[in-house]
Design a protein around this ligand. Sequence first.
Ligand code: DX5
Ligand code: ZN
Length: 224
Amino acid sequence: MTKKPWSKTAKLGGKLLAPSILSADFSRLAEEVASVEKLGADWVHVDVMDNHFVPNLTIGAPVVASLRKATKMPLDCHLMVENPEKLIPAFLKAGADGITIHVESTKDVAGAIKMIRDGGARVGITLRPRTSLTEILPYLPDVDLVLVMTVEPGFGGQSFMHDQVEKVTRLKAERESKKLDYVIQIDGGVNRETVRELGDADCLVAGSFVFGASDRAQALRDLS
Ligand code: DX5
Ligand code: ZN
C-alpha cells in the first residue's frame, strides 16, 4: 500500500476504522469482513498471536492469503509474535498491506522495519502498555503507523487503559515538531464511550464493539 494521508482515506468520518476480526465468527470470516466493508470500514485488522509473545494463539499467513481474495479492504496485520522477521516474508507474500511489529519482539527492530518496507507494505510499530514511548522514538522517522495499545495485547474484550492516552498526545506533538507523517492508531477497549478520549488518533481498531454489536452500522457510526 502506498502511503496516503489518513484524512483522505477515511470513509465514514474523520477517522480510519479498522474492525479487528479477533471478535468475528471465524467459521464465516469472508461474510463477517464483507459485512463491515459494506458499512464503510476502512481496513481489516488482523491479530496474529503466537502463544509466546502473548498467551494466546490465533491465525497465520494462510488466513491472510484467503482474506486477500475475499475483500478489497487493506489488510492491517498486527504481529504479536516473537522474532517477527521469521514470519514477515510469508505475510508479505500473502498480501498484507500493512504489518505492525512490537518493539519488544525482536532484537533487530530496524531490520524488521526494513524487511516490511522492502516488501512494499506499510510499516507499523507498537509497544505494550508498560513499555515507555522512548523505546520507539528512534524508529518514528521510518514508519507509516504507530499503534498505541490501550489493553495488554493478547485478548479482545478487555477494558480500555485510560493512562495510555497521553502517548497519543505525545506522538501527535512529536509528529508535528519533527515533521513526520505516521498514522496514530489505537487498539484495545475502543467503544462509543472511550472514543471521546481519542480525538488525536487517526485510526481506531475495534473488535468486540463492532463484531459484537447487534447493529454494526450504528457501532461504526459511533466511532467515526
Ligand atoms: C488485542 C488485539 C486487539 C483486539 C481488540 O491484543 O490487538 O486488536 O482485537 O479487541 P477489543 O476491541 O475487543 O478490545
Ligand atoms: Zn490488534
